[in-house]
Design a protein around this ligand. Sequence first.
Ligand SMILES: Nc1ncnc2c1ncn2[C@@H]1O[C@H](COP(=O)(O)OP(=O)(O)OP(=O)(O)O)[C@@H](O)[C@H]1O
Ligand SMILES: [Mg+2]
Length: 307
Amino acid sequence: MKRILVVGEINVDLIFRHCEALPAPGREVLADDFIVTPGSSSMICAMGLARLGNPVSFHGKLGADSWGEYCLRALGEAGIEIGSIVPDVALKTGVTASLSTPADRALVTYPGAIAALHADEVDQHLLAAADHLHVSSYYLQTALRPGCRELFARAHAAGLSTSLDPGFDPAQAWGLDLLDTLHEVDLFLPNALELASITGQADLLAALQALDNGRTRTVVKRGSQGCATLDGERVLELPAFAVPPVDSTGAGDSFDAGFLHGWLRGWSLRDSLRWGNACGSLSTRAAGGTSAQPSAAEAQALLEAMP
Ligand SMILES: Nc1ncnc2c1ncn2[C@@H]1O[C@H](COP(=O)(O)OP(=O)(O)OP(=O)(O)O)[C@@H](O)[C@H]1O
Ligand SMILES: [Mg+2]
């Protein structure tokens, strides 16, 4: 089994569910339910991989505070190796407040320690203990971003394969440096909006072709429409699974876990895409990114029921 190192951001989601309305300035609204749950893209992906039975280690930054303790405990209880994570008294762990009504959602994020991780903290020992390196949230990790290409190059030199989920760019600048970084990325996992924004191409085939650099396989996530990738000169599309969605937070990160689960085992492209869809779709069954992530047996059962 391939050992996976996830390097990335750590934060907590505070989810206020079934709010009466989104609050207007100066007003207070009541929520019907509240949960605290592991929140960041990297953590959700790492926990999804662990839930599927993969050996996972995680490196990232957090504060020496109760949210940091909460995240370390969640990662540890998921069976993830966290020996390299040292809580930093100078930092505060990042937090997202998510307010949802049946119709809409509003988010506020305090990035905290997310912006403090540097690529050179990922030492050769961490890389040597893994077979694959995954990074999420390229645009949020402002200190990691300039060293990201070199980190992936070091991973390749150490014999690892690499994957990147860009996440959204809050500045919506997207940046040409990403295209340079992709030369050291084997698997690129944007969603449809991110792919269109990065390439400037609304058409799926044109966007996928624009990123075809001879090395990187791009798999694009399309919400309830499933996913797609280039297959020669055409687009291979695989539909999502019809699961009554409760909350799609983190579905993309659970998709990444499912696709990697198949891809790292050398399964076919089609099977890996189906595993991604199964894990993404199943994760929408409950609120928060991690509580409904499937085991391998659960994903397998869905795939066998819907060949
Ligand atoms: N409403 C839905 N019904 C069924 N499957 C879904 C639904 N939403 C998402 N999925 C599954 O999850 C996968 C990833 O979702 P999505 O495209 O929303 O990723 P994303 O935008 O990166 O999500 P996030 O960044 O919030 O984790 C989809 O490819 C699909 O397989
Ligand atoms: Mg995403």
